[in-house]
Design a protein around this ligand. Structure first.
Ligand SMILES: Cc1cc2nc3c(=O)[nH]c(=O)nc-3n(C[C@H](O)[C@H](O)[C@H](O)COP(=O)(O)OP(=O)(O)OC[C@H]3O[C@@H](n4cnc5c(N)ncnc54)[C@H](O)[C@@H]3O)c2cc1C
Length: 386
């Protein structure tokens, strides 16, 4: 079967004309300054590392909310320009945890489905680098099977009271808001009905956050308990009961960007530098294979992003891209281990630090944002194979 008959949606609308080289040069200059100022520490951080200072520096440069309307603090630039900036910052291993989720998916979600009051309250703060948002989807007994969540919102005067637990919420301890998927009606025949998304202000009473330590010893992940926490009516996204559709829309943004390809890019760049301009045959073959996969996956990611920007459906493409991208990210530390005689060490040289960070982070690449098995199930369904 030809590629086109399998994936009729692959061809994206043509890309815009922008001066890509000039933009990349501008971002690289920004990265060099941020590295000199100690805001970026190569090999020692990941893109989920929280740094308010770095996010404010990004905002001052116009790198947050790049495509959003100016009236919300955005910059009305083209989605491809945003893609280029994201690539450069990810490749540099910049710590974007204070704004990444808000810029990638929560802001766009509020822009598309938020009330006017919520948009005015939240979007300018995100664009200024002053607002962190968490993803409140997973629960202790509901990860892959997201529709089985039990957190619930009861209607009260002026809004809702939310009760329940969320888990694995990245950077929740710093979050100003968490977009929580909750039940607004009991589970019935249709398991996807009766779900809604609420933008929960994390400073409300009745919310406790407990950090969870990961393999790297970092405490980026958290458990949140909501005990009748109040959420204003204006913080409902879309209509009550729209939650399942909205969550899936959001996940297409979460599963198709350069952050699903470039988590170990810093290590790959260091590896290429370490083997030098005359690598032996094994190194040339291994690195060549990685480079080819990087290029092909990036082309798919770009095509999806153009489709998302044009409001077109992406079907199986986003889960496919995340599966391919995270496999690549996981293979980079394996190849580095095979080619170089290095001892991974978070306190060693830059490359030893990058290797340690990539090895310890790699198992999570194919869990966060949906596991490999779940993505492959969605791909099979989209292709009509199950
Ligand atoms: C670093 C990191 C950051 C995260 N950040 C967030 C966040 O900010 N917000 C948030 O809401 N969540 C977050 N998550 C949670 C993540 O989305 C879940 O871990 C993921 O969806 C899997 O859910 P689970 O952990 O409950 O595993 P389970 O759903 O219990 O799955 C366990 C295993 O069983 C497999 N499995 C389950 N069902 C099936 C099936 N039907 N067919 C085949 N295999 C199956 C899975 O693939 C997996 O291997 C994060 C996770 C990680 C690792």
């Amino acid at each position: 079967m030809s590629r086109l008959s399998l994936f009729p949606d692959l061809d994206a609308p043509p890309g815009p004309r922008i001066d890509e080289a000039a933009l990349r040069a501008e971002v690289r200059d920004f990265v060099a300054r941020a590295t000199r100022d100690g805001l970026i520490r190569p090999g020692r951080q990941t893109w989920t590392t929280f740094s308010r200072e770095f996010s404010r520096a990004c905002a001052a440069q116009g790198y947050i909310g790049m495509t959003w309307p100016r009236r919300f603090g955005g910059h009305e630039r083209d989605p491809f320009e945003r893609y280029v900036v994201c690539e450069e910052l990810l490749a540099a291993g910049a710590p974007q945890g204070a704004h990444w989720i808000a810029d990638r998916q929560s802001g766009p979600q509020i822009l598309r489905n938020g009330t006017a009051a919520l948009q005015a309250e939240v979007l300018p703060r995100i664009a200024a680098g002053d607002c962190t948002i968490g993803i409140g989807m997973s629960e202790p007994d509901s990860g892959s099977d997201l529709s089985s969540i039990r957190s619930r919102a009861e209607p009260v005067a002026g809004g809702y009271r939310v009760t329940g637990r969320k888990i694995w919420t990245t950077n929740a301890q710093h979050a100003d808001y968490v977009i929580a998927l909750v039940r607004t009606a009991p589970r019935g025949e249709d398991r996807y009905a009766g779900l809604s998304q609420l933008v929960v202000p994390m400073r409300s009473e009745g919310i406790t956050v407990r950090p969870l330590r990961d393999l790297r010893g970092e405490e980026e992940l958290n458990e949140i308990t909501f005990d009748a926490a109040f959420v204003p009516q204006a913080n409902l996204l879309g209509a009550e009961g729209d939650g399942w559709r909205l969550v899936n829309e959001e996940l297409a943004f979460e599963r198709s960007g350069p952050d699903r390809i470039l988590s170990s890019f810093g290590l790959l760049a260091m590896l290429v530098h370490a083997v030098g301009p005359m690598p032996d045959r094994l190194a040339a073959a291994e690195i060549g294979r990685l480079a080819a996969r990087l290029d092909a996956t990036r082309a798919l990611s770009l095509a999806i992003n153009r489709r998302l920007a044009a409001g077109l459906p992406t079907g199986a493409l986003a889960p496919m891209m995340k599966d391919l991208g995270t496999e690549f990210e996981q293979e980079v530390p394996e190849v580095a281990r095979r080619l170089l005689d290095l001892r991974p060490s978070e306190t060693g040289s830059e490359i030893e630090g990058a290797l340690a960070t990539a090895i310890l982070g790699a198992p999570s690449f194919s869990l966060r944002g949906g596991t490999r098995e779940i993505l492959r199930g969605i791909i099979a369904r989209e292709l009509g194979l199950r």
